[in-house]
Design a protein around this ligand. Structure first.
Ligand SMILES: NC(=O)c1ccc[n+]([C@@H]2O[C@H](COP(=O)([O-])OP(=O)(O)OC[C@H]3O[C@@H](n4cnc5c(N)ncnc54)[C@H](OP(=O)(O)O)[C@@H]3O)[C@@H](O)[C@H]2O)c1
Length: 257
């Protein structure tokens, strides 16, 4: 299926910065948006804006850590709406804490449940219908932090590296069946999550600019959607360098933790 024919888009984490901008980027007459988040009020405000742009909107508020509820909802919505594009975007970051306290085990479990377990559960739940129809597109939200572990965010980096590896494997597995899979690896994008991050934030993009880039790149079925270019190149090189050298560079740049 050509992306020009996209009629229904599901976005998890649509109540956040990037998800919100993505919903507005796809909102248009003839497009059904299935918008997920936790906060029903923010979702309903977003739904009004998307409806004003001509979209039909369905909202769903649930905590993705409840994977049983998540999967049941996705099975149900897949029966009611032919999903052309599913953007697996919901995610969290955790802080290492003051004075090198480090991440807590409770926070790490929370992060892995949202960023990894729920993301894979989302894909598992929508895949049977996409495979049966022999079409569809899945976009997985990773991060440039998935190229090289950051001392200021080791678990977050690990979760995004997992999503990158998963998405790349998935893409080649599903290609013969007509299902397209892309991995999105943004740099710093204005959002509540980005605002809470520690460390320098070079080449910061607005969420609208990021959403437009993502939409165009998904249309072109890019395997990896990375931006902004200078940071993407730098992070890719850091991942390719010997870890002792890349660790030294990260400390010099203020990401030492
Ligand atoms: N901003 C950046 O610089 C940046 C860079 C690289 C990658 N990313 C990735 O981009 C994605 C979106 O991030 P963002 O910057 O837009 O962050 P954000 O504004 O904090 O939005 C996060 C979204 O995820 C949802 N979410 C979090 N935990 C959830 C849970 N347990 N159950 C259901 N929904 C949950 C939030 O829902 P509620 O708000 O309703 O709780 C919100 O809609 C994330 O995967 C993030 O890792 C962001």
């Amino acid at each position: 299926m050509s992306t020009a024919a996209i009629q229904a888009v599901l976005i998890t984490g649509a109540s956040g910065g990037i998800g919100n901008a993505l919903a507005l980027a796809y909102a248009a007459p003839g497009i059904t948006l299935v918008l997920h988040g936790r906060d029903p009020e923010r979702l309903s405000r977003l739904a009004c804006l998307c409806e004003r742009k001509g979209s039909t909107v369905i909202t769903q508020s649930l905590d993705v850590r409840d994977t049983e509820a998540l999967i049941a909802w996705l099975h149900d919505i897949s029966r009611k709406v032919t999903l052309d594009l599913v953007i697996v975007n919901a995610g969290v970051n955790i802080q290492g804490g003051e004075h090198r306290r480090g991440e807590t085990w409770a926070d790490i479990q929370y992060l892995l449940d949202v960023n990894v377990k729920a993301a894979l559960a989302t894909v598992q739940a929508v895949l049977p219908t996409m495979r049966a129809q022999g079409s569809g597109q899945i976009a997985l939200m990773s991060s440039l932090a998935g190229y090289r572990g950051l001392p200021i965010a080791p678990s977050y980096s690990a979760s995004k590296a997992a999503i990158r590896a998963y998405g790349e494997g998935l893409r080649d597995w599903l290609k013969p069946e007509g299902i397209r899979v892309s991995v999105i690896m943004p740099g710093y994008v204005e959002s509540p999550m980005c605002h809470a991050m520690v460390g320098p934030k070079p080449f910061l993009w607005s969420a609208d600019k990021a959403a437009q880039r993502i939409r165009l790149s998904l249309h072109a079925n890019r395997a990896r959607i990375t931006f902004p270019f200078p940071l993407a190149l730098g992070c890719w090189l850091l991942g390719a360098l010997p870890p002792t050298l890349s660790g030294w560079i990260l400390r010099r740049l203020g990401y030492g933790g």
